[in-house]
Design a protein around this ligand. Structure first.
Ligand SMILES: NC(=O)c1ccc[n+]([C@@H]2O[C@H](COP(=O)([O-])OP(=O)(O)OC[C@H]3O[C@@H](n4cnc5c(N)ncnc54)[C@H](OP(=O)(O)O)[C@@H]3O)[C@@H](O)[C@H]2O)c1
Length: 297
């Protein structure tokens, strides 16, 4: 039995589709099963509730061979520790007590760097990984770089103003990965019953790109000029606070961005395997994801 959390989420639904295509028994944990497409609901066992709830995960992990674990964002959390390790603790306990064999989670780059301890959301992700690894389960932490899909949050600004924003320097090289590649790696690991031990799997995308590079690609694909604009941390702080994010999570986001600017994501040396594992280029992603989203906005 393969258990999939966040089956309605961006990565989770893509993992679910691939695992279902392989015709293996699947159980999903969903707060609102009605959000699952009807064709999917008929083919999976559903445990209703949140995967942060001890009773829910106890039911869901019964006789589970493999678990896909994704931490949902909690913008109102009182602390990063509560948002990441706190949410995961009941599941870690259930992984241990139910003898789950393998867990694949979505985490972040930055382990073993000088920034790991003060990188906000990333520090939280690494603590979550430690908690899961500490159960003794066979474990793969998918250490993802920034998602290309994050750009979709600014579709309207791109369409209406020809601009997109972040706090990172315009020429700073970044690693960016498409969520479809993360989902493909997760599904492959969930379907593979041979791996053991505990490892991180860095998912870097196929190329390094700065925001200025991305703006050039976006402009070409959309056929209209789009510029990247760096904004001060204070502007991001005001924007996130305005959306109702707690002070602790705003600070966590700012800490993460500072760590990324300083080199949090740079430690892993690229090999050809990274492009094989995560082949989608930013241009391809713009073609299949950004362009239709801009047209529909
Ligand atoms: N963005 C990045 O650049 C980046 C980089 C590295 C790692 N990450 C990690 O990637 C993850 C985000 O992945 P994603 O984009 O696939 O997420 P997403 O699309 O935002 O999906 C969130 C999922 O969580 C569910 N959910 C929300 N609140 C919940 C709660 N309280 N209890 C249970 N389920 C809840 C939602 O389901 P319903 O609302 O339908 O219940 C949905 O299925 C995060 O863990 C983040 O730390 C992100």
């Amino acid at each position: 039995m393969i258990v999939i959390t966040t089956p309605t989420g961006n990565i989770g639904h893509q993992v679910l589709d691939t695992v279902l295509a392989a015709d293996r028994p699947v159980r999903v944990i969903a707060r609102d099963p009605a959000k699952l497409p009807a064709g999917v609901r008929e083919r999976v066992e559903v445990v209703q509730g949140s995967h942060g709830d001890a009773q829910v995960v106890a039911r869901a992990f019964d006789s589970a061979d493999a678990v896909f674990w994704l931490l949902p964002p909690d913008p109102r959390a009182a602390s990063v520790d509560e948002a990441f390790a706190g949410f995961t603790r009941p599941a870690a306990e259930a992984m241990r007590s139910h003898g789950v064999k393998r867990v694949v989670d979505v985490s972040a780059l930055g382990r073993d760097t000088p920034y790991a301890g003060k990188a906000g959301h990333v520090t939280g992700s690494l603590a979550m990984d430690d908690l899961i690894a500490g159960t003794g389960v066979a474990f793969r932490a998918l250490a993802a770089s920034g998602f290309m899909d994050n750009v979709l949050r600014q579709v309207r600004t791109i369409k209406e103003q020809g601009r997109f924003f972040d706090v990172i320097s315009p020429d700073r090289e970044l690693r960016v990965v498409a969520t479809r590649d993360i989902a493909a790696v997760a599904a492959r690991l969930l379907l593979d019953t041979t791996w053991t031990g505990r490892e991180g799997v860095p998912l870097l995308g196929p190329e390094n790109l700065s925001y200025n590079d991305m703006a050039a690609v976006i402009s070409e694909v959309l056929g209209t000029s789009v510029q990247y604009e760096q904004v001060p941390g204070r502007a991001l702080e005001e924007q996130l606070t305005g959306r109702g994010m707690s002070g602790a999570m705003v600070q966590s986001m700012l800490d993460m961005m500072t760590a990324k600017e300083n080199g949090l994501d740079d430690a892993i040396v690229r090999t050809p395997q990274h492009a094989t594992d995560t082949p989608t280029t930013f241009r391809q992603w713009c073609d299949y994801a950004l362009k239709p989203a801009v047209q529909a906005a």
